[in-house]
Design a protein around this ligand. Structure first.
Ligand SMILES: [Zn+2]
Length: 129
């Protein structure tokens, strides 16, 4: 009986991973926590769609969220999931760098990127002088 439950728990993880959009979302959360609007800007999916996929990832215990003022930030709560993903990538000969390069838009309207951009602009103003 307990073996059965273990299999079910395993299947839940694989079911959560068995979706291109959810793999994209995990990839974007690989290095840092992000809000839905960041994922929207980087992945080109609609916000409602991303939220739906995040719910599946959260129910599988892979993703967690944190409220900060008006924003909700999502992060990967089980980073070992990337071992699975990276093994599958290696099987296909996909490098991690290619995946990350594909998810870099010119501008992102999310609070985190906006803050980073402002900090960068202030810094370049200082160095220009
Ligand atoms: Zn952003």
């Amino acid at each position: 009986m307990s073996d059965m439950q273990d299999s079910e728990r395993l299947a839940r993880i694989f079911k959560a991973l068995m979706h291109p959009a959810r793999l994209d979302i995990l990839e974007i959360l690989r290095d840092d926590e992000h809000c839905v609007c960041h994922m929207e800007a980087h992945l080109g999916y609609r916000q409602a769609y991303i939220s739906q996929q995040l719910t599946v990832l959260r129910e599988a215990g892979l993703v967690d969220d944190r409220r900060d003022g008006w924003n909700i930030f999502y992060r990967v709560s089980e980073p070992r999931v990337f071992n699975l993903i990276d093994q599958a990538r290696a099987m296909l000969g996909i490098s991690g760098d290619t995946a990350r390069a594909a998810t870099q838009p010119a501008a992102c309207p999310c609070p985190k990127c906006a803050a980073r951009k402002n900090a960068h602009e202030k810094q370049s103003l200082v160095t220009d002088v």
